[in-house]
Design a protein. Structure first.
Length: 365
């Protein structure tokens, strides 16, 4: 029972998540157990009630009655759907109409607030040491999309005593843009610093460049000490994990408008980001040079086609859909601009909202 970390319900299933010691290579490991609950018409208990009873009996921390703050209607992109975030003292829960995901704050390894060129959305990325699980599906990252003009007001009155133990500076009444309120509350509870784009700027003035992995279009953010690709899949690695970086298709040809960037990691895996605008090549090379990352340019005769295999085509982005209603929003993101931030816990800083707002006003002028 001590190895049971969480109990959840899914339709008629009661799911026990088990966190034991990591199994050795080749060994089996029990990570989940499900019990089917046959519901009769005269039953007085639901699977949700049974789960809550199990939590109390197993002494699992932060039952529903101890929730401190709830942020509703979060438009998640990974996993897709509308969720509410329930904040407890040591854990938080993403609660959807069909699935729930629980995690301790100590399981959060990194968080990002990343910009996109449309200047109307914000994307908040949460990375985990141990991924969130739903059956056979695992999520190493959670991505939340916010509209910049979406606002919310949260009243934490009556929670003064517990808030003092979490973050004495947290206000009892918080209002403003939803992404800003969520960022403040999440950082106060999790104590995890938020990483935002640093000194790299594309030719368009953004902290990212457009590219693709396979057929998946996305944006590659070149941060001060790491690189992250969003949105599907979300891929993140630090500079010191990179073994080799190779620029492909760097040929002077009017028919080839983009190049490919292959990044080989020290563990032997590699990622190829294709279709990057050639205008970005000089800036990316300067980025790698300043970051101490070695790179090379592949030979021209390595099998380059005469036409651009990665020319952009008009495509429709998937919409964020509510799990039940099917309504959605576009998969675009924006975040705050700021001076360079390192990605170590000691070097990250809080986001200066006023500075960001003033910069946005100057841009509009």
């Amino acid at each position: 029972c001590k190895k049971i970390s969480d109990v959840q319900s899914l339709t008629n299933d009661i799911i026990f998540e088990i966190n034991g010691e990591k199994a050795k290579d080749g060994d089996d490991e029990l990570v989940e157990m499900r019990l089917f609950y046959h519901v009769n018409n005269d039953d007085t208990f639901s699977t949700e009630q049974i789960c809550e009873n199990f939590k109390k009996e197993l002494n699992l921390e932060d039952s529903t009655g101890n929730v401190i703050c709830i942020l509703p209607d979060l438009p998640l992109v990974v996993p897709r759907g509308k969720y509410s975030a329930d904040f407890y003292k040591n854990t938080f829960r993403l609660h959807g109409s069909s699935y729930n995901y629980n995690s301790k704050y100590s399981n959060i390894s990194k968080t990002f607030l990343l910009p996109m060129a449309d200047k109307s959305n914000a994307c908040f990325i949460i990375g985990f040491d141990k991924p969130l699980k739903q059956g056979q599906t695992v999520y190493n990252f959670v991505a939340i999309q916010f509209k910049m003009d979406s606002t919310i007001e949260i009243d934490l009155s009556g929670k003064e005593d517990v808030l003092k133990t979490i973050d004495p500076s947290l206000e009892l009444n918080i209002s403003g843009p939803y992404y800003e309120v969520f960022t403040k509350i999440f950082k106060s509870f999790s104590k995890v610093n938020i990483i935002i784009p640093g000194i790299f700027k594309s030719t368009k003035g953004d902290g990212s460049v457009e590219c693709a992995i396979g057929a998946k279009q996305g944006h590659l953010f070149l941060l001060n000490k790491s690189i992250i690709f969003i949105l599907k899949p979300i891929i993140h690695f630090k500079h010191d994990e990179i073994a080799e970086t190779i620029f492909h298709r760097m040929i002077n040809s009017m028919s080839i408008r983009g190049f490919d960037l292959e990044i080989i990691l020290r563990d032997g895996s590699s990622h190829t980001f294709s279709g990057i605008d050639k205008a970005e090549s000089d800036g990316i090379q300067r980025y790698f040079t300043s970051g101490g990352v070695k790179f090379s340019i592949a030979a021209v005769d390595e099998g380059v086609n005469n036409k651009d295999d990665y020319e952009e085509e008009d495509s429709e982005e998937e919409d964020i859909q509510d799990e039940e209603s099917g309504e959605g929003e576009d998969d675009d993101f924006v975040a705050k601009e700021k001076l360079a931030l390192d990605e170590s816990d000691s070097d990250d800083e809080d986001i200066d909202v006023e500075e960001f707002k003033s910069k946005q006003k100057k841009k509009k002028k």
